[in-house]
Design a protein around this ligand. Structure first.
Ligand code: V47
Ligand code: SF4
Length: 359
């Protein structure tokens, strides 16, 4: 019989928990026991260190051929609030970021019906040659697949070409919920979960690290979340190329999802904690404070989380869907948030080299 005690026994002995045990953890009301287990794993892996970075998000365009039902950010080209940034505008944002001490540009956007693969390669090349010390973390697996389609080139060619142009790593977006039963309902035009995993496997093979996300709190059930994490755990066993797991809390406003509730703090903390317990082969669990609020993100540091993402500066995806959080935090604010939780703030670069420890 599965119980909190039997799962705790496994966790304390560094044993993997099963699919059914993870579902049990989602169903329990004993949040504090789940948090305690996640915290003990995190302490073993990362001690009291909490990572953050100084980064800037850039979304080159909101025009997208997919129009996922949960996405309030995307537009059709004809819409009067669709936009396309020019290279000059992107360079200006990168320059601002550089002046503010950013070490990373996080670039994701819509699948533009007319931009060519060469355009994207040039975007990376131009940004990297203008700001050589900046790490460019860009393009979700969904965008990479799209580049492969529009260029009629295989995935490894697309990824290697971008890497040669200066791409440093891939963000974890576009994963949503892998299970086809949910994917068909929330993003029917999007690549399958299997294809997302294939893109990531290929990226890891060509030497690009990546993150992995999971969009939760819409129409999925708990077991779909576990299925999602199971597939990530299997791929991570194979490649070891994932750096961080980032559960993304669904925001319902202006979306076509027939559920107009935000996630609860209870569910947010439980999902992060179970991510830490289930994904025993991931080093980092990230709380994206933009989606979780600063307060929940801070508390999550005791529920298995060891990374708070970064300064962000400009955030369109969740703010189009009703996020009430700020779009930017200063480095000092991130440091004091971590210090007040009696943890050790560590400024990192994108691939987790420690740049400065704030004892
Ligand atoms: O892929 C879209 C999600 C993602 C909504 O890798 C929504 O470090 C909530 O992936 N409510 C993009 N989420 C953001 C992302 C990300 C963010 C921070 C760090 C990293 C990382 C990656 O946002 C999309 C989609 O899954 N999203 N619409 C919505 N209404
Ligand atoms: Fe396009 Fe991404 Fe929004 Fe889907 S989530 S509509 S792929 S921008």
């Amino acid at each position: 019989m599965i119980s909190i005690e039997s799962i705790r026994e496994k966790v304390l002995n560094d044993k993997r928990i099963s699919f059914e045990e993870a579902v049990f953890l989602f169903e329990t009301r004993d949040l504090l026991s789940v948090g305690e287990m996640a915290d003990s794993i995190n302490k073993k892996k990362n001690h009291d260190k909490v990572y953050f970075n100084v980064n800037r998000h850039i979304n080159p365009t909101n025009i997208c051929v997919n129009r996922c039902k949960f996405c309030a950010f995307s537009r059709d080209k004809e819409d009067n609030d669709s936009y396309e940034l020019t290279m000059e505008e992107m360079l200006k944002k990168a320059e601002e970021a550089s002046k503010q001490g950013a070490t990373e540009l996080h670039i994701v956007g819509g699948l533009h019906p007319r931009w060519t693969f060469d355009f994207y390669v040039n975007m990376v090349k131009t940004l990297k040659t203008s700001f050589p010390s900046m790490h460019i973390q860009a393009f979700t697996a969904v965008e990479i697949d799209y580049f492969s389609k529009i260029s009629e080139k295989p995935l490894d060619y697309v990824l290697k070409t971008l890497k040669d142009a200066g791409l440093g790593s891939l963000p974890g977006g576009g994963a949503e919920i892998f299970h086809p039963e949910i994917r068909e309902k929330i993003c029917p035009e999007k690549i399958t979960g299997d294809r997302w995993l294939e893109v990531m496997e290929t990226a890891h093979k060509v030497g690009l690290k990546s993150n992995a996300t999971m969009l939760y709190g819409h129409i999925e059930e708990y077991w779909h979340r576990v299925d999602h994490m199971e597939r990530l755990r299997q791929l991570q066993d194979k490649t070891g190329g994932f750096q961080a797991f980032i559960p993304l809390a669904f925001h319902p406003e202006n979306t076509k999802i027939d559920k107009k509730r935000y996630t609860t703090g209870f569910d947010d903390l439980k999902t992060l904690a179970i991510g830490r317990i289930y994904l025993d082969n991931f080093q980092h669990i990230k709380a994206f404070w933009i989606m979780l609020t600063e307060k929940v993100a801070q508390i999550s540091l005791f529920f298995g989380v060891n990374d708070l993402d970064g300064t962000v500066v400009e955030e369109k995806i969740t703010h189009s869907a009703g996020a009430k959080t700020r779009e930017s935090l200063t480095k000092e604010e991130l440091i004091s948030m971590i210090k007040e939780a009696k943890k050790i703030p560590v400024e990192r670069d994108t691939v987790y080299n420690e740049l400065r420890v704030y004892y």
